[in-house]
Design a protein around this ligand. Structure first.
Ligand code: PLP
Length: 337
């Protein structure tokens, strides 16, 4: 109500210094709760922005990575050489985002995962794909690693994938849309170990952080690359604050010019609950999921399909050959409840 009622028009710093400053502050608070290295924070050498969704964040970081690469390669004619890598568990939003920034869909590599690796992206398979592309004259551009995939809550190893990304100079983005919130708890935070190897990371407080839709935090190590790619400088918006380069103009960190006062709702969530209560909320969800997982495990009609990591339990009725559609019917029955 407050965000809508104030109706702040915060496209650049001068149009609402308070909204801009508050956004930078809450992004640093949130980043510190996740123990992100200072290279992602305004208090260090990076910075963060609130987007409406991971899809928007993905478009923006892909545009920044694309423009950096095209500059090095000698211009737009090379766009058809750029390749994006992800696993077959990566959220489909990254394929859409890659297409939106002009990467040919045939240059999007969906690397197959399997039960044996807990559906996480194998660094070896990534390396094979990259080497194949290089042999064909293509240029590896971007890798999306996910902490808590949508289908099964799988976790890609930032440490291992980060090494490959560094070796081949890929832009590494971490999508922690859902599970990122869990990483405020020390016992979950290890999934973000070596996040310093990434170029950017995003998570959605509107998923598991008691925040209303729409709210996606994006942190980037080199905000300049985002601004180089997305900035506009029309006469009507020129002002001394922007000219000084001492302020953040968030219009240059996102797709649209206009933006809502999303920082206020995240500020309210953090101030209202406090870190201890937010951790309690995450822990109680995880405890509930653990209990549910145990109950399902004790019931011989069901099986756990992949080991649970967060508060997502993947289970199914044990398939019987004569009843192939059994689990689809179960889902339909649950949906109708
Ligand atoms: N990434 C992951 C891991 C998700 O679980 C989701 C949504 O379920 C998304 C991205 C897409 O998020 P958004 O709707 O904010 O674009």
């Amino acid at each position: 109500m407050l965000c809508s009622g104030f109706n702040v028009v915060g496209f650049n710093w001068i149009s609402s210094p308070a909204a801009t400053e508050l956004e930078s502050i809450v992004l640093d608070w949130m980043g510190k709760m996740l123990k992100l290295p200072s290279s992602f924070l305004f208090s260090g050498t990076g910075g963060g922005v609130l987007h409406g969704s991971t899809c928007e964040a993905a478009v923006c970081v892909l545009a920044a990575a694309r423009d950096k690469a095209l500059k090095e390669l000698g211009g737009w004619k090379n766009i058809t050489k750029l390749v994006v890598y992800a696993s077959d568990q990566t959220h489909f939003t990254f394929q859409k985002a890659a297409k939106l920034v002009g990467i040919p869909p045939s240059n999007f590599r969906l690397i197959e995962t399997s039960f044996s690796t807990g559906f996480s992206l194998s660094p070896e398979n990534l390396r094979f794909a990259i080497e194949d592309d290089i042999k064909s004259g293509l240029v590896p551009l971007f890798l999306c690693a996910t902490i808590g995939t949508t289908p099964s809550g799988a976790v890609d190893s930032i440490a291992e994938l980060g090494k490959v990304a560094m070796e081949f100079k890929l832009w590494l983005h971490i999508d922690a849309a859902y599970a990122g919130s869990g990483c405020i708890c020390p016992e979950v935070r290890h999934y973000l170990d070596e996040v310093e190897l990434a170029n950017s990371i995003s998570m959605n407080p509107h998923k598991w952080f008691l925040t209303n839709m729409d709210c996606c935090c994006l942190w980037i190590k080199e905000p300049k690359l985002l601004v180089d790619s997305l900035s506009t400088d029309p006469e009507i918006l020129r002002n001394n604050a922007s000219k000084s380069k001492a302020v953040v103009d968030y219009k240059d960190w996102q797709i649209a010019l206009s933006r809502r006062f999303k920082a206020l709702k995240l500020w309210v969530v953090i101030r209202q609950h406090g870190l201890a209560n937010l951790m309690y909320h995450i822990r109680s969800d995880i405890a509930m999921a653990k209990r549910f997982e145990a109950l399902v495990g004790e019931d011989e009609r069901f099986e756990i399909v992949v080991p649970r990591k967060f508060a997502l339990v993947c289970f199914r009725l044990k398939p019987k050959v004569e009843e192939e559609d059994l689990n689809r019917k179960l889902v339909e029955a649950i949906m109708q409840c």
